[in-house]
Design a protein. Structure first.
Length: 148
């Protein structure tokens, strides 16, 4: 298991606007883990310059339970994420969508699953960045004008 980073707040790394969630959903595909779904989307290049680094969002729909249960699930997930903000993938927005089982899941298991998701998201973000670099270099090589 990865070493947790120092405890810190999630204030600067949380998705807060509905438009950001909608953009992330549209730009990503749904991935599954044992007790939650997650979405990973690259941040747009014209993103707000005041927002630096990776961001994470939590959603818990009404199907998960009543309001107090959804709030408890999100509190537990925020606490687990707070210990591992250093693992968030750079230049990406990550949305976690828990299932009802998160409510009764042992906290250590929840934390381990979140770390696993963060590691998978980092690997996926690295693949996306490599594809972007190779695509741009391919484009540059094939659109260059020949020397006369």
């Amino acid at each position: 298991m990865a070493q947790p980073s120092q405890r810190q707040s999630l204030t600067g790394v949380r998705l807060s606007k509905h438009a950001d969630y909608q953009r992330a959903y549209a730009a990503s595909r749904k991935r599954q883990s044992a007790s939650m779904s997650w979405f990973l989307a690259p941040q747009p290049p014209q993103a707000n310059p005041h927002i630096l680094g990776p961001r994470v969002g939590l959603t818990a729909g009404k199907v998960v339970g009543k309001a107090h249960e959804r709030n408890r699930i999100k509190r537990r997930m925020r606490e687990a994420l707070r210990h591992h903000t250093g693992l968030l993938p750079k230049g990406c927005d990550l949305i976690l969508h828990p299932r009802r089982s998160v409510l009764t899941l042992e906290f250590t298991k929840l934390e381990a699953e979140i770390v696993r998701i963060l590691q998978q998201a980092r690997a996926e973000a690295a693949r996306m960045a490599a594809q972007t670099v190779s695509a741009s270099s391919f484009h540059a090589a094939h659109t260059a004008t020949p020397a006369l």
